[in-house]
Every structure is written in structure tokens, then in C-alpha cells.
Design a protein around this ligand. Structure first.
Ligand code: DP6
Length: 348
């Protein structure tokens, strides 16, 4: 029995201009472009096995089995992988006869950050599965990008390091919907400080939230047409000219607008909690003192990601610990370098 196995390590990414809303839910094609930074040190180390024969696909994350019947995205990715494999076999079979051999997948993934914290862990996880399958089946980059994306949209941005631009594309088949590394030279001393705020509320999942926003928000269309394209350009410009102040302004404005769009949804979606708001106020105060030196951004949950330059990281962490009114047990801090050197080809 043939068994192929590969282990890869893939980092999470944090969106600076957010993806929110799909133009195609099946293929996971977004309504707007988005741009992210890859956070090198928060990774999912993942082993993917492709086993010949008839068997059940399994996915284990941090020692727990994932219930695949209620997480259909994994099956979609595995089905697509097998489709690509069959296609390749048919092409290489000069007689045109293809004998189809069954395969199934086993995935074992360990993240070095809490999955439940809503830290875009699915992005790193699906990107790792896609990269693993790419290696096993010798797929090209655009096929791997697509595999990651149909697992979770934001995952396709984790396939590269540094600043990554995910283009929404126009085509119905999604062939022009790709993530690309943008800006050749990275910014080595950007740090990402992640604050995990415990939150008892059951949050609205990204897919459900996006669907609701798309159906009910009037602000969303304005954001997509008139705001996002300009912000993507501003981020690229600020990043390539190392203009932290401009970068920070756009990051915070876009986080705020994303949450405004969620509130403009019916019924409204509230992801930020009191601790998130304390943090926003703290960053504003920190920035009033000596100019803009920190930028907060929040995804679909209350946890904060604060981007600072290395020189300001310690002072910012001290300010958080001094000011914020949260028991230390409820607050985890991690200063992590943002990706400068990550290349998916580097194996764990
Ligand atoms: C708020 O990629 O998790 O983090 O494509 O449905 O899996 P699906 O959604 P997902 O959404 C991420 C939304 C976000 C913003 C972002 O990362 O761009």
C-alpha cells in the first residue's frame, strides 16, 4: 500500500485591510481585495498523509479529532486534491486509460498558539494542508493557492511571507482570484503583539457573519467600491517606504470600518468587547504621547493584534500591563516578529 507523507510549518497572517463578504460561497471568492502581514512565529505544524486504499479521512488538531461531518470544508479540500490528482494522472497516461485508485487523507496539526482564541488559526491550518498536498501531488502554486482558499479564504494569504495581497479577481471560476506576495523587501522590525481576551460569548462565525452582512448592510457596498482599493494602495506605499505612521492610520481605520460594517448588519454583529475597547483607548493614548507608534486591528472576535516597531514593543507592553484593567491570568501577551524570511518551501 502506497503511503505518502509530508510535514510542513505554515504561519498565520493578520489582515491589515480586511476581507469581509463573498461573491461566491462555494469557491470562496471574496467581494473585495485584502492585504495581510504574515506572522512568522505563530505557526501550524502539519503532517499530511495520503494513503492508498479505502479509508476515512481524519483531521486532528492539537490532539483533538475534528468532526468532519460538521466541518465540510476539509472534505471539499480533499475532494479537490483528488480531482487534481486524477487530472494529472489522465494527462500523464498516454493511452488515455485511467485506472482510478482510491485514496484518503490523514492530517495531524499542532499550532503554537491557542486555536480557540480566534487568531485566524484556520488560515494557518488550511494553508498548511494545502502546502502539504501541493508537495505530495506536485501541484503548481496557483493550484495550491486555490486549495488553501477553498478551505478558508484568508488561508491563501498564509502561503507567502511578508506583505500579501489577495486579489478578488473578476472571473466566475476564480482563476484570477489569487494571493501574491507584494513588496520585495520586507520590513524586518515590525512586531505583532497579540492580546487574547477571554470572552464567554458565542461569536458569529466568519462565514455566517459575511453572509448576513452581504444581505443586509448598505455600508458594505460603499466600503468595497470606494474605500478598499485606495487603502490597499496606501498600505503598499506606506510599507515600501517604511512610513509607520501612515501604515498605522490605515490599519486602524480599516479595523474600525470592518467592525462598523458588522454593526451595520441586521441583526448587528458585535465582535469587540469591553477589553477590546480599553485596548483601543490605550493605543490612542499611547499614540498621543509621542506620535503614532502602535496600530490595533481586530478580526471576528475581541482579541487584539497590535503592530508596533521593535523599538517601541517593550514600552507598549509595559503600558498595557500598567493600564489595562484585566486580571493577568486573562491576558496573554506575545511579541512576535512579523514575517521577513518565511518561505513555504522551508520545511519544519
Ligand atoms: C475578519 O477566512 O475565516 O479575519 O473564508 O469563510 O473561511 P472564510 O472566512 P475567514 O475570514 C476571515 C475574516 C477576517 C478578516 C481577514 O482575515 O481578512
Amino acid at each position: 500500500m502506497e503511503q505518502n507523507e509530508v510535514t510542513v510549518q505554515v504561519p498565520m497572517n493578520i489582515a491589515l485591510v480586511k476581507y469581509w463578504g463573498k461573491r461566491d460561497e462555494q469557491l470562496i471568492l471574496p467581494l473585495n481585495d485584502s492585504i495581510s502581514l504574515t506572522v512568522d512565529k505563530l505557526t501550524a505544524e502539519t503532517t499530511v498523509r495520503m494513503i492508498e486504499g479505502v479509508g476515512k479521512n481524519t483531521v486532528e488538531i492539537n490532539g483533538k479529532n475534528v468532526e468532519l461531518s460538521s466541518n465540510k470544508r476539509y472534505q471539499t479540500v480533499f475532494d479537490e486534491a483528488l480531482r487534481l490528482q486524477r487530472k494529472r494522472k489522465e494527462l500523464s497516461d498516454s493511452n488515455g486509460n485511467s485506472t482510478s485508485i482510491s485514496h484518503y487523507f490523514q492530517v495531524i496539526s499542532t499550532t503554537n498558539f491557542p486555536v480557540a482564541a480566534g487568531l485566524a488559526s484556520s488560515a494557518a491550518g488550511f494553508a498548511a494542508i494545502a502546502l502539504g498536498i501541493q508537495r505530495l501531488l506536485n501541484l503548481d502554486d496557483s493550484q495550491a493557492n486555490r486549495l488553501a482558499r477553498i478551505g478558508s479564504g484568508s488561508a491563501c494569504r498564509s502561503m507567502f511571507g511578508g506583505l500579501v495581497h489577495w486579489k478578488k479577481g473578476e472571473k466566475e471560476d476564480g482563476s484570477d482570484c489569487v494571493a501574491v506576495k507584494t513588496c520585495d523587501s520586507n520590513w524586518p522590525d515590525l512586531y505583532c503583539i497579540i492580546l487574547v481576551f477571554n470572552d464567554g460569548r458565542k461569536k458569529v462565525g466568519s462565514s455566517e457573519g459575511m453572509r448576513r452582512t452581504r444581505e443586509t448592510s448598505t455600508l458594505l457596498q460603499h466600503r468595497i467600491e470606494s474605500i478598499v482599493p485606495q487603502r490597499i494602495d496606501e498600505i503598499k506605499k506606506a510599507y515600501s517606504s517604511r512610513n509607520f505612521e501612515n501604515l498605522a492610520k490605515v490599519i486602524m481605520a480599516d479595523s474600525n470600518q470592518f467592525h462598523a460594517v458588522c454593526l451595520d448588519t441586521s441583526p448587528p454583529i458585535r465582535y469587540l468587547n469591553d477589553a477590546s475597547w480599553h485596548l483601543i483607548e490605550l493605543v490612542e493614548k499611547f499614540n498621543e504621547e509621542q506620535g503614532i507608534r502602535a496600530a490595533y486591528t481586530f478580526d471576528a472576535g475581541p482579541n487584539a493584534c497590535v503592530i508596533v516597531q521593535k523599538k517601541d514593543a517593550k514600552q507598549f507592553i509595559d503600558a498595557v500591563l500598567k493600564t489595562i484593567d484585566i486580571p493577568e491570568d486573562d491576558l496573554k501577551l506575545a511579541g512576535e516578529e512579523l514575517s521577513e524570511t518565511f518561505r513555504p518551501s522551508e520545511e519544519a
